[in-house]
Design a protein around this ligand. Structure first.
Ligand code: K2U
Ligand code: ZN
Length: 169
């Protein structure tokens, strides 16, 4: 297993649209294992392949308190979304130190494949619904800060660029 480097906003690689997975082999299983290790080590509750500069439709999520309930979504698609919405404070491993509220559908129905290529469906609510939508945005090349005002986005870009410059000095 290996911890993978996480691409940070506003890196243009986070804008790339992930392509579908067609081959369910040992390479894919290794990617999933490395993504899970990277997520748990961060620590985070979700991670999309886009964030580790692999542009394939793969997501790992673990919203459990005990951190032992890993969910793997390959080629995920949202089948339906509730009209009811929730406002949740979101963070992102690609946007360190930034937490902002985002409004999303409270419940979503997801169809995906597991590491063996078997198709499943899952009704998601609570934090799982928020995280699935957040990660699927990543696969579409979208970062959660894009839901914020242009002013807030500019301030976040400036803050992160200054932090990177300080770290490089
Ligand atoms: O995409 C990511 O970097 C994963 C996020 C998952 C997340 C999505 C929506 C709302 C909260 C988190 C990271 O896990 S951010 C770190 C984190 C962990 C627990 C709670 C909040 C933020
Ligand atoms: Zn994120």
């Amino acid at each position: 297993m290996a911890r993978l480097p996480i691409v940070e906003y506003p890196d243009p690689r986070l804008k790339k649209v992930a392509r579908p997975v067609h081959v369910f082999d040992a390479r894919l299983r290794q990617l999933v294992a490395d993504m899970a290790e990277t997520m748990y080590a961060a620590p985070g509750i979700g991670l999309a392949a886009t964030q580790v500069d692999v542009h394939e439709r793969v997501i790992v999520i673990d919203v459990s308190e005990t951190k032992d309930q890993l969910r793997v979504f390959i080629n995920p698609e949202i089948l339906w979304a509730s009209e009811e919405t929730t406002l949740c404070e979101e963070g992102c491993l690609s946007v360190p130190g930034i937490y902002e509220e985002v409004r999303r559908p409270a419940r979503v129905g997801v169809k995906a494949q597991n590491e063996d290529g078997e198709t499943f469906t899952l009704e998601c609510d609570g934090m799982l619904a928020v995280c699935v939508q957040h990660e699927m945005d990543h696969l579409a090349g979208k970062v959660f800060v894009e839901y914020l005002s242009a002013l807030k986005q500019d301030r976040i870009k400036t803050k992160l660029k200054k932090r990177k410059a300080r770290e490089a000095a």
